[in-house]
Write a protein that binds this ligand. Structure first.
Ligand SMILES: [Mg+2]
Length: 242
């Protein structure tokens, strides 16, 4: 029996840590903004009619509309983005390749994230003691980001066919790690899509609350709340030596 099993702390016995990415390990919005600026600059050069007709906000609104019109694909942000660019290209008599090239530019820029300052240090410290799996609703490719090499596995909603709060990402992580969900903790910033979803899947839950927000009334509280990953590491080490 794992010597950590049966201890009283909130993360006792945990062997698998799943991590949300956006706004848990890096701020999402600045990366998306920069990526969309890059796409727009590329349109200015290669498909100027699109750059003239649509600013970044209009491109975003169009994409949102495509997502609403295709609810079965809404979890697949890449498919939605390509679909949106393809519609606009067609509308203006441009080849479909414009959509794929624009998407490739977006993907590359989307991976240029800047992790919060403590993240690399803490992942390095946890690696080896826990199985680490990235589980994201977003479409960053973690092995092409500055966090490449830290995770044993990584899954995105578009790969597993459903976004959190659906438990598909957690099940994929558990299966890949060979660790049951009752010996897993999920770490994320979103009270519903991370914490509540993981709780319902039978996992321990860690809420990363970097902005010192109030926990939403009506939801069961997380097993552990931390302002950053240093505190997660401290809590895990404490379990380990308990
Ligand atoms: Mg998040």
């Amino acid at each position: 029996m794992n010597r950590r099993l049966g201890r009283g702390g909130p993360l006792a016995g945990v062997r698998l840590l799943t991590f949300d990415l956006d706004d848990t390990l890096w701020p999402c919005f600045p990366t998306i903004q920069a990526a969309e600026r890059e796409v727009h600059a590329w349109f200015r050069e290669e498909a100027p009619v699109l750059a003239e007709r649509y600013d970044i906000e209009e491109l975003r609104r169009h994409r949102m509309r495509v997502a609403r019109e295709n609810p079965d694909k809404a979890h697949d942000l890449t498919a939605i983005r390509v679909h949106s660019y393809r519609q606009l290209a067609r509308r203006h008599g441009l080849p479909e390749s414009v959509a794929h090239q624009a998407n490739a530019i977006f993907r590359r820029a989307r991976n240029q994230v800047r992790p919060y300052e403590e993240v690399v240090e803490v992942l390095k410290a946890l690696r080896g003691s826990y199985v680490l799996v990235a589980v994201s609703n977003g479409n960053a490719q973690v092995d092409r980001t500055p966090l490449a090499g830290f995770f044993d596995h990584a899954f995105s909603a578009e790969e597993v066919g459903a976004a959190k709060p659906d438990p598909a990402l957690f099940h994929a992580a558990s299966e890949a790690a060979g660790v049951p969900l009752e010996l897993a903790a999920h770490v994320g910033d979103d009270p519903e899509r991370d914490v509540e979803a993981a709780r319902l899947a039978g996992m321990r839950t860690v809420w990363v609350n970097r902005g010192n927000a109030d926990w939403p009334p009506g939801l069961a509280p997380p097993d552990l709340q931390v302002p950053d990953l240093h505190r997660l590491r401290d809590a895990l080490w404490k379990e380990d030596i308990a």
